[in-house]
Design a protein around this ligand. Structure first.
Ligand code: HEC
Length: 95
């Protein structure tokens, strides 16, 4: 019995880790555009024109309170992701 309970806890933990691992670009589209082609709220750089490295460093920076005048908006967007998740996501957008 104890073994079964432990196994289901392990499955649950793995399941939620997998769900958290992917940054959902749909959450960004409202401000940045579906292809990151817009100045979010008229202020951000156009993310699709940034390099993967610039995006990764911007996203990790927002987590620790660095960024431009509207960094507070982005802090909430990235707070739930690990640096590794943000790095991996940055490879999928920009150039
Ligand atoms: C509520 C609107 C909003 C949402 C949603 C949003 N952003 Fe942003 N984003 C902004 C604003 C405003 C800035 C500029 C912040 C600043 O002043 O540094 C920004 C900046 C950025 C930058 C750095 C660009 C620069 O100007 O240096 C990146 C990269 C970025 N966002 C990625 C994302 C990603 C990825 C998501 C989804 C997980 C996301 N954003 C969701 C509004 C938003």
């Amino acid at each position: 019995m104890k073994k079964i309970v432990l196994a289901s806890i392990a499955t649950l933990a793995t399941g939620s880790a997998l769900m958290a691992a992917a940054v959902n670009p749909a959450a960004c589209a409202g401000c940045h555009g579906a292809s990151f082609e817009r100045h979010a709220l008229g202020r951000s750089a156009i993310v699709k024109d940034m390099t993967h490295a610039e995006i990764a460093s911007a996203l990790k920076g927002y987590k620790v309170g660095k960024g431009g005048p509207m960094k507070g908006v982005m802090k909430g967007q990235v707070a739930n992701y690990s640096d590794a998740e943000l790095e991996a996501f940055a490879q999928t957008i920009g150039k």
